[in-house]
Design a protein around this ligand. Structure first.
Ligand SMILES: *[C@@H]1O[C@H](CO)[C@@H](O)[C@H](O)[C@H]1NC(C)=O
Ligand SMILES: *[C@@H]1O[C@H](CO)[C@@H](O)[C@H](O)[C@H]1NC(C)=O
Ligand SMILES: *[C@@H]1O[C@H](CO)[C@@H](O)[C@H](O)[C@H]1NC(C)=O
Ligand SMILES: *[C@@H]1O[C@H](CO)[C@@H](O)[C@H](O)[C@H]1NC(C)=O
Ligand SMILES: *[C@@H]1O[C@H](CO)[C@@H](O)[C@H](O)[C@H]1NC(C)=O
Ligand SMILES: CC(=O)N[C@H]1CO[C@H](CO)[C@@H](O)[C@@H]1O
Length: 498
């Protein structure tokens, strides 16, 4: 306001000066519907008369036209008088003049002052009014601008608020989303840790399995190497045997030649002698084979009496004159003797090694004629002994292969270890003993158990290192007690009257 006021005051001063200095002192002020016109007095052009010389030099003592008059009066005698008179009149005129002037000036000044005052007041009022109007309009303008600014600010504020609201909504949504994500992440991490544990467990398990598999693989690898070495050795052998076979073929060819020569010779002989051919020999037992001239122990074929069946048996041609047909033989425990009824009935093992000839065959053999029995024993210390029975036979299966043994003699004990006549044969699956127990299961093998008796040559073959007393081993009680550490046992028969 102060700044506005200063130019206004300047303007007012200017207006005042203009009012005083202008030719037509008139000023109009418009305020609302009213208009004010101020007419101001003219100061410069308000001369009294043409001859009424008024100059700004108010202190003019005498007019310039009066001087020539003064020079004329000097030439005349009464000049001083006249001069005096004129001076007096002039003075009077001047005085009048002065008075007039004074009056005029006084009047003029008074009215001028009033006018000035009035006009000044008017001007001032007008200026003030104008100023007021200006101020009013300016303030209205300012108010309008202010309102505009206010609306703009409000607009901005509302817009900002809307944006803020949107942002907060967005933020809320984001927060919710983040919360969901966090939950998801935590769930996933839980799952992950669970899976890791599972993985660790699986790794541990599979690691162990893998180690086992690797060791197995190593073993298989070793086996494979051994096998391949074996294969290569076999290949070498095959090569040499191929060579051998070619040499054998050559030998065979030579032999074939020889045989043909012999055949031709034989046919020639036949032609010469023309004697009838003998029937091919069949032997009932090893004694007959021995009698036919064979002196070597070994496996031979016999045909049982009253039968068409050929049986391979081992013939002992050395012991006490030979001719023994072997029923039972053991020497290294390679054959399992803990067997059932059917195996003992038909026989098992190989006649060249450990074997049991078979109860049916023994029955048929010993029932076809009278036989004696020889039991040949050898223990680990190398001592040998035997038990002999003059008469020996067993019944058929219908009587459970009952034992008949008489005429005991020998070195393996003073009394017979074989049970008395009539004992039935028992195996682990057929219990025919006189014990409430099952001797074949206790003592193992198949034998003529009594209850359970002092002998069992078909017991378990224990290795030499075993020193423990066992009741299921090989037993020939009256020679070596309950525990015979036998290396070989042989049961063999020969016709009683050999
Ligand atoms: C706010 O101003 C914008 C332009 O700046 C205009 O388009 C809008 O209509 C205004 N809103 C209000 C509520 O005045
Ligand atoms: C081949 O024959 C020789 C003797 O002729 C014998 O020493 C060798 O063991 C035989 N080889 C085979 C693989 O039978
Ligand atoms: C077998 O021998 C028995 C006597 O031991 C006899 O009764 C039977 O007839 C014989 N069988 C044959 C086929 O010879
Ligand atoms: C037992 O003897 C037989 C016949 O001599 C032989 O084939 C087998 O390999 C031997 N077994 C053992 C374990 O010594
Ligand atoms: C032979 O043994 C069986 C049982 O193993 C038995 O039933 C049968 O009576 C026995 N036979 C004789 C003649 O005792
Ligand atoms: C001496 C002088 O100048 N007198 C004059 C005074 O005024 C009158 C009229 O105004 C003149 O006529 C006189 O001559």
């Amino acid at each position: 306001m102060g700044r506005l006021l200063a130019p206004t005051l300047t303007y007012l001063a200017y207006l005042l000066a203009a009012v005083i200095g202008s030719q037509r002192q008139q000023h109009r002020v418009q305020h609302g519907s009213c208009s004010y016109t101020f007419i101001l007095p003219e100061a410069e052009h308000c001369h009294p008369a043409k001859d009424f010389q008024v100059t700004n030099t108010l202190q003019r003592d005498s007019p310039t036209e009066a001087e020539p008059d003064a020079t004329e009066s000097k030439e005349r005698p009464s000049w001083n008088e006249r001069k005096l008179e004129s001076l007096e009149s002039a003075m009077e005129n001047n005085t009048q003049w002065l008075q007039k002037l004074e009056n005029f000036i006084q009047e003029n000044v008074r009215s001028g002052m009033e006018e000035i005052k009035r006009s000044a007041v008017h001007t001032q009022t007008a200026a003030m009014l104008e100023m007021g109007t200006n101020l009013l309009s300016q303030s209205a303008e300012q108010t309008r601008k202010l309102t505009d600014v206010e609306t703009q600010v409000l607009n901005q504020t509302s817009r900002l608020e809307i944006q803020l609201l949107e942002y907060s909504l967005f933020t809320n949504r984001l927060e919710k989303h983040i919360l969901l994500q966090t939950q998801e992440i935590s769930r996933l991490s839980e799952k992950n840790s669970f899976l890791e544990q599972r993985l660790l467990a699986l790794e541990a398990r599979y690691g162990r399995e893998l180690q086992g598999l690797e060791s197995e693989k190593q073993q298989l690898h070793d086996l494979l190497e051994r096998q391949s070495r074996l294969v290569s050795r076999l290949q070498g052998e095959l090569g040499s045997s191929t060579l051998n076979s070619t040499s054998l073929q050559r030998q065979q060819a030579v032999l074939t030649d020889t045989v043909q020569q012999l055949l031709s010779k034989v046919s020639h002989c036949n032609e010469i002698s023309n004697t009838p051919k003998k029937e091919p020999l069949s032997f009932r037992d090893c004694a007959e084979i021995l009698r036919s001239g064979v002196k070597e122990s070994g496996v031979y074929s016999i045909r049982l009496h009253n039968s068409t069946q050929d049986v391979k048996v081992f013939c002992d041609m050395k012991t006490r004159g030979g001719g023994w047909t072997v029923l039972q033989h053991r020497r290294n425990g390679s054959v399992d003797f803990h067997r059932g009824w059917r195996d003992y009935k038909t026989g098992f093992g190989e006649p060249s090694g450990e074997h049991w000839l078979g109860n049916d065959i023994i029955h048929k053999l010993t029932s076809s004629r009278e036989y004696s029995l020889q039991v040949q024993l050898k223990d680990r210390e190398g001592s040998e002994a035997f038990s002999h029975y003059d008469r020996f036979s067993i019944d058929g299966e219908d009587k459970n292969y009952s034992l008949h043994a008489e005429g005991f003699s020998g070195t393996a004990g003073r009394t017979s270890s074989l049970t008395h006549t009539g004992s039935q044969f028992s195996t682990k699956d057929r219990d025919n003993d006189r014990c409430t127990c099952k001797c074949a299961q206790l003592a193992s093998g198949g034998w003529w158990f009594d209850a359970c008796g002092p002998s069992n040559l078909n017991g378990i073959y224990y290795p030499a290192s075993s020193s423990v007393v066992r009741y299921n081993g090989i037993k020939w009680y009256y020679w070596k007690g309950p525990n015979l550490m036998a290396t070989t046992t042989t049961m063999m028969v020969r016709p009683a009257h050999f």
